[in-house]
Design a protein around this ligand. Structure first.
Ligand code: ZN
Length: 509
C-alpha cells in the first residue's frame, strides 16, 4: 500500500465513522417521532419537541462540519463512481451540500414558521377559514422561495424544492408526465363517472368488523407478503407511517382501524408494509450510512402502491384470500357477497374532493391539481387569497366535483402547513413507477401473477429485492429505474394497467 492509499483508506474510515454518528442521531430522532405518535403521554409534547430540536441541530452541525467537508473534498474522485465507496462519497456529498447551502438562520426560520403554521392550520381546517391560515402560508412560501435560491437550480425554482424528494427531477419533465396521465385518465373517468358520479359499489365493505379479527387477518397477510416481524413491529396510530431506525434491522410500521370498514386497516397495513419491505431489503452493510433507506420518495411510494394496489386490489390476490376473509368475519355482509362483488367493491371509482379517499383512477388528478397550484404559487402567479377558488375550479374541471367548504378543498392536506412544497408529485411518480416495476417483474418472472393467486409472493419479492430493495441509495433514481425496468420512467405501463383494469370493471374498454 502506498502512502497515498493509506491516507485514502484512513479518510474513508473516518468518513464512515462520522456518517454513522449522523445516522445514529437521525435514528434517535426517528425513534422519538415514532414514540410521539404511538405511546408518548400527551403531557410530553413540549419536552419532546425540545429534545427533537436538539437532536436535529446536532445532526445538522455534523453534516455541515468542516471536517466532513474536507474529507469529502479529499475523497472526491478517489473511487470508481460505480463502486459502493464511490456511491457513499457521492450520496454523502449530496446530503452535505444540500444542508450546507441553506443558512442556519433560514433553516431555523422555516422550522419555526412550520411549527407556528401547523396548529393554525388545524383550527382553520376545523372552521373552514382560509383567511386564518393565509398569512402563515404567505410566510412559508416566502421562505421556500428564498430556500430555492440558496439551493440553486438550472431551470426553475420548483426544481430546487423537488430535488429533496426526487433527486434529479425537473418540473418540466413532470409536466410531460402529468400531461400524459391527464390525457389517459380523463377520458376513462368520464366514461365511468359522467358528471362526477359512478355506480355505488362499496356497500359490502361496510358493517361490523371486529377489530381483533381485522388485526389478526392483517398480520397474517403481512407475514405472507414477507414483512419480517423479527426486524419490525406494528402499532396503532391516527395517521399511518413507516419508519426505519438507521438500517434494515429495525423498520417499524403503523396502521389504523375502522371497525365499520373491512378494507381500511388492511390496505393501510399493506401500503406501509410495502414501504417497510423496501427498507428491510436494503443491503445490511448499508446500515448506519446514508446508503440505507429509499433512493427517492417516488421509488419509496412505488413500493407501497405496488403492494397495496397492484397486488392487494388484484383479482388474483383475492382468489386466494377472499374465502379466508369471509371466514374471518362470520355474519358480516361479506357472507352474502361473492368474489366478483368484493373485487368490484374494493375497486370502486368514486370522484371525491378528498385526496386520501381517492381511488386508483382519480388519485393522480388530485396530485396534478396540487402540482399545478404549487408551481403557480412558487412563481408568484397565484396569490394566496385566490388559492381556494383556483383549487375548486380545477377540482370541478378534473373530477367533476366541487368542495362544499375549504376543509374539503385547499385546507384538507397538512403538507403546506408543514412547509412541504414539491412533495406531492412523488405520489404520482410512485403510482406510475409501481406499474412499470410490476410489468418488468412479470416479464422477468412470468409465474408471478399465478403465484400471487396462490398466496405466494416469493417470486415478486425476490425480483424486487434483487432489482430495487438491496441497492438502497446506491444508484440515482433514474439509473435504478433504467437498470430495473430497461427504460426510463414512463406513464405507459401505468395507463395500460388502468385501462385494462377499470375498462373491464366498468365495461368501457
Ligand atoms: Zn406511502
Amino acid at each position: 500500500m502506498s502512502a497515498r492509499d493509506n491516507h485514502q483508506a484512513e479518510d474513508l474510515r473516518r468518513l464512515r465513522e462520522l456518517l454513522a454518528e449522523i445516522s445514529d442521531l437521525n435514528a434517535a430522532t426517528a425513534l422519538m417521532h415514532w414514540d410521539q405518535q404511538t405511546y408518548m403521554p400527551e403531557g410530553g409534547i413540549e419536552l419532546r419537541s425540545q429534545q427533537l430540536t436538539t437532536l436535529s441541530r446536532l445532526a445538522h452541525e455534523r453534516l455541515v462540519s468542516p471536517e466532513l467537508a474536507e474529507l469529502l473534498e479529499r475523497l472526491e474522485g478517489s473511487y470508481d463512481p460505480s463502486s459502493e465507496e464511490g456511491a457513499l462519497v457521492r450520496v454523502a456529498r449530496r446530503d452535505h451540500e444540500r444542508a450546507a447551502r441553506l443558512p442556519s438562520r433560514l433553516v431555523a426560520q422555516m422550522a419555526r414558521a412550520a411549527s407556528e403554521a401547523e396548529p393554525v392550520w388545524v383550527r382553520a381546517r376545523a372552521a373552514s377559514d382560509w383567511g386564518a391560515f393565509a398569512p402563515h402560508l404567505e410566510r412559508l412560501l416566502e421562505l421556500k422561495r428564498e430556500a430555492a435560491e440558496h439551493l440553486g437550480y438550472e431551470e426553475h425554482p420548483y426544481d430546487a424544492l423537488l430535488d429533496l424528494y426526487e433527486p434529479g427531477a425537473r418540473k418540466s419533465r413532470l409536466e410531460g408526465l402529468f400531461e400524459e396521465l391527464k390525457a389517459g385518465i380523463l377520458p376513462l373517468l368520464r366514461s365511468i363517472a359522467p358528471g362526477g358520479r359512478a355506480e355505488e359499489r362499496s356497500a359490502p365493505l361496510v358493517g361490523d368488523f371486529d377489530e381483533r379479527a381485522q388485526e389478526e387477518f392483517g398480520r397474517a397477510v403481512l407475514t405472507d407478503l414477507g414483512y419480517d416481524w423479527s426486524r419490525g413491529r406494528q402499532d396503532r396510530v391516527v395517521h399511518a407511517f413507516c419508519i426505519d431506525l438507521g438500517g434494515p434491522q429495525d423498520v417499524r410500521i403503523t396502521t389504523r382501524f375502522d371497525p365499520r370498514r373491512v378494507d381500511t386497516a388492511l390496505f393501510t397495513s399493506m401500503h406501509e408494509a410495502g414501504h417497510a419491505m423496501y427498507e428491510q431489503g436494503v443491503s445490511p452493510s448499508y446500515a448506519r450510512s446514508p446508503l440505507a433507506g429509499g433512493v427517492s420518495m417516488g421509488v419509496h411510494e412505488s413500493q407501497s402502491r405496488l403492494w397495496e394496489n397492484l397486488v392487494g386490489r388484484s383479482r388474483a390476490f383475492w382468489e386466494h384470500y377472499y374465502p379466508l376473509l369471509q371466514k374471518a368475519f362470520p355474519g358480516s355482509p361479506l357472507e352474502r357477497t361473492d368474489l366478483e362483488g368484493f373485487y368490484r367493491a374494493i375497486n370502486e371509482v368514486k370522484p371525491s374532493p378528498i385526496r386520501i379517499d381517492a381511488d386508483e383512477l382519480t388519485y393522480n388528478l388530485h396530485v396534478l391539481l396540487r402540482f399545478e397550484l404549487e408551481v403557480a404559487m412558487i412563481e408568484g402567479r397565484l396569490a394566496v387569497p385566490e388559492i381556494p377558488e383556483a383549487w375548486d375550479a380545477k377540482m370541478e374541471e378534473y373530477l367533476g366535483v366541487r368542495p362544499e367548504k375549504a376543509a374539503e378543498g385547499a385546507l384538507q392536506d397538512i403538507h403546506w402547513a408543514d412547509g412541504l412544497f414539491g412533495y406531492f408529485p412523488s405520489y404520482s411518480v410512485g403510482n406510475v413507477l409501481s406499474a412499470q416495476l410490476f410489468a418488468a417483474a412479470v416479464r422477468a418472472r412470468p409465474e408471478i401473477p399465478d403465484e400471487i393467486g396462490r398466496g405466494n409472493f416469493g417470486p415478486l419479492r425476490g425480483w424486487l429485492s434483487e432489482n430495487v430493495y438491496r441497492h438502497g441509495r446506491r444508484y440515482e433514481p433514474d439509473e435504478l429505474i433504467e437498470r430495473a425496468t430497461g427504460a426510463p420512467l414512463s406513464a405507459a405501463p401505468y395507463l395500460d394497467y388502468l385501462r385494462e383494469k377499470f375498462g373491464a370493471l366498468y365495461g368501457c374498454r
